[in-house]
Ligand binder design. Structure first.
Ligand SMILES: [Zn+2]
Ligand SMILES: [Zn+2]
Ligand SMILES: [Zn+2]
Length: 168
């Protein structure tokens, strides 16, 4: 089956006119709705972790998150924060970027997907694709090698169009 690729971009790089306040509010509203629908509790800590992760399009490092939260909440011990992160990852509200030990918010938490992430080395922003063709090819190749694929996340490094233009 082929598809036209229009719906593969879950989260583009933000452009100059990008209204991030609106973008973040929309993402948080989606999570609140998904939690209500799935009967999950969005505790104040889970919500705060999510807000911090959505503060920009740059993946947030786990230790920066721990630092910020320790200053805000005396109760935000690392295991508690990691449990909140685990919950958010499991529900598809955020993704972990393994190569950076960092997290970014997902714009499409309603549907389960294995993402491909484009990470800008210059500004640090990340974009997310979810192209089922890419995932299918990797799955097929893994099968050929008798490899049991558990995680099919792809992380690409380079420069976003904005940084590439600024450099040129
Ligand atoms: Zn945004
Ligand atoms: Zn996603
Ligand atoms: Zn960039």
């Amino acid at each position: 089956m082929t598809h036209d690729g229009r719906n593969d971009v879950l989260r583009p790089f933000p452009d100059q006119r990008h209204d991030h306040d609106a973008c973040r509010s929309e993402a948080l509203a989606q999570v609140v709705a998904a939690c209500a629908e799935r009967g999950l509790r969005l505790t104040p800590l889970r919500r705060r972790v999510l807000e911090l992760i959505w503060s920009s399009h740059t993946p947030v490092k786990a230790y920066d998150l721990l630092d910020r939260l320790r200053r805000e909440h005396a109760a935000a011990a690392p295991p508690t924060v990691y449990r909140a992160l685990e919950f958010l990852v499991e529900q598809g509200f955020i993704h972990r970027i393994e190569s950076l030990n960092a997290y970014i918010g997902c714009s499409e938490p309603e549907q389960a997907h294995q993402g491909q992430f484009l990470i800008c080395d210059s500004c640090g922003d990340a974009a997310e694709l979810s192209d089922p063709d890419i995932a299918a090819v990797l799955r097929r190749k893994a099968e050929m090698l008798g490899f049991q694929l558990d995680v099919c996340t792809v992380e690409l490094k380079g420069r976003c169009a904005r940084c590439e233009t600024a450099a040129g």
